[in-house]
Write a protein that binds this ligand. Structure first.
Ligand code: PLP
Length: 455
């Protein structure tokens, strides 16, 4: 029979996958490979350190039968630890911040862990900070083990022992550049150290969000004030014991927008469904590869799966809310679904037979200055408050006339899949556009709805 003893036997030995479409389009000559850590049983690179830190604790006698594992995590290390805990019979308590996606939070609960959520805004060293909270809970919990992935030597050791050799062997020693993110620093330091020992000419490059301290810290030796960013699991506000910056040749800063855009492209154009930190790394890898020739072999890590972020950057709604969505993906349907004002799908209109007085009252009640005139779900005209009032100044009796007497031509009508560029073009000349679905007018988009997208 062919089988594995338990799920933990599937950790590591992840394949390299060549990037084709994106590199071709960008005219990159170097070969770029994804190290598919998302194919680990817990769907992230952190499975490697979960088993490594627990095995260390068992061997040292720190973790005993029935013990509790307590860790501060952005989710993936928790998943890696929880898999081992499930197989070997330990309890888990994980301390997350409120920045961690709901998917990772629920995944950890599904694996049997207890979760404590701390504010992401809490500063390091303050009692509410997630690391301080993890330390406190571990001190208060008997028979517990607090791995402290930021400083535990079994973290980079796992990558030195497994990730590095796998990449070296799979590239037959031909790798020239290794690109990874820096969260705890375990991946880049452990893998980078191994690769440099095998060939000191291999360049190790860190990709880090703007706002994290690593780049300025490496370049100036000073730790600046960190500023918030949206990518999860990477970057820091303080140096970590496991981030050995001497191993890293260069650190490239990447914006949230570019990270998410590149993660979305990897998914859509290469079928590699990945998280935001992979987008950060891939953006860095492409910047590195751009200047290299065909002999270069660039390997970057796919840290985790996109499934952890389905309600975040893999959702157009979330991207739009964060003002990060590419304009060509902002469709009329999306603008209508996520409008700040009014219930989605509800359109305020008048019929051509309504009186002008009733139309003005409707504008007043709903706080709008224009209204479409609809008949049987089709647009037959439009009303603009200023023009109607100008006509009334000349003839007050029009108040009791039907709308059809004073109305102007219809607002332009676009299909639900019209994109932002097209909508903006129409709004240059008209105060609103109507949206049609299956030959029925289903919505209206005004200039202020579009301005809201550009806050
Ligand atoms: C999603 C994600 N990507 C990347 C990393 C970075 O890996 P490392 O901690 O080994 O630097 C982490 C964890 O810290 C992570 O959770």
């Amino acid at each position: 029979m062919k089988f594995y003893d338990d799920i933990l036997a599937l950790i590591g030995k992840t394949p390299l996958v060549r990037i084709n479409n994106i590199t071709k389009q960008q005219k990159i000559k170097a070969q770029v490979f994804a190290k598919m850590e998302s194919l680990n049983p817990g769907y992230s690179v952190k499975d490697r350190i979960g088993i490594s830190m627990i095995t260390w604790a068992e061997e040292k006698g720190v973790l005993k039968k029935g013990g509790t594992i307590i860790e501060a995590t952005s989710g993936n290390t928790g998943i890696g630890l929880a898999l081992v805990a499930a197989v070997r019979g330990y309890k888990c308590i994980f301390i997350l911040t409120d920045k961690v996606s709901v998917e990772k939070n629920r995944y950890l609960k599904a694996l049997g862990a207890d979760i404590v959520v701390c504010p992401a805004a809490a500063k390091p060293g303050t009692p509410d900070h997630y690391v301080a909270t993890a330390k406190r809970i571990s001190e208060e919990t008997p028979n517990s083990f607090y791995p402290d992935q930021y400083n535990h030597p079994a973290n980079p050791a796992a990558h030195y022992r497994t990730t590095g050799p796998e990449i070296w062997e799979d590239t037959e020693g031909k790798i020239t550049h290794f690109v990874a993110s820096i969260g705890t620093g375990g991946t880049i330091s452990g893998t980078g150290r191994y690769l440099k020992e095998m060939n000191p000419n291999i360049k190790v490059i860190g990709a880090d969000p703007y706002g994290s301290i690593f780049k300025p810290y490496k370049e100036s030796g000073r730790v600046p004030e960190a500023t918030p960013y949206l990518v999860e699991g990477i970057g820091q506000s303080l140096p970590t014991g496991n981030a050995d910056l001497n191993i890293i040749d260069e650190i490239i800063n990447i914006t949230d927008r570019e990270s998410f855009e590149m993660a979305r492209q990897l998914s859509r154009r290469e079928g590699i469904f990945c998280g935001g930190s992979t987008g950060t790394i891939f953006a860095g890898a492409l910047k590195v590869a751009k200047d290299l020739d065909e002999d270069a072999i660039v390997v970057f890590t796919v840290c985790d799966t996109g499934e952890h972020y389905l309600t975040k950057f893999h959702s157009d709604e979330w991207m739009k809310e964060k003002l990060l969505l590419e304009p060509q993906r902002i469709s009329a349907a999306l603008i209508m679904e996520t409008k700040d004002s009014g219930a989605p799908g509800e359109i305020i209109f008048v019929a051509p037979t309504d009186t002008v007085a009733a139309a003005l009252e409707k504008m007043n009640e709903s706080g709008v200055t224009q209204l479409p005139v609809l008949e049987d779900h089709h647009s037959v005209g439009s009303l603009r408050e200023s023009r109607v009032l100008a006509k009334l100044l000349q003839n007050r009796d029009l108040l009791e006339s039907p709308v059809s007497v004073v109305m102007d031509e219809s607002f332009p009508v676009l299909e639900v899949d019209a994109n932002l560029g097209e909508i903006k073009r129409r709004l240059q000349k008209q105060p609103a556009v109507l949206i049609e679905d299956f030959k029925r007018i289903t919505g209206i988009i005004t200039r202020s709805d579009v301005l809201d997208l550009q806050r």
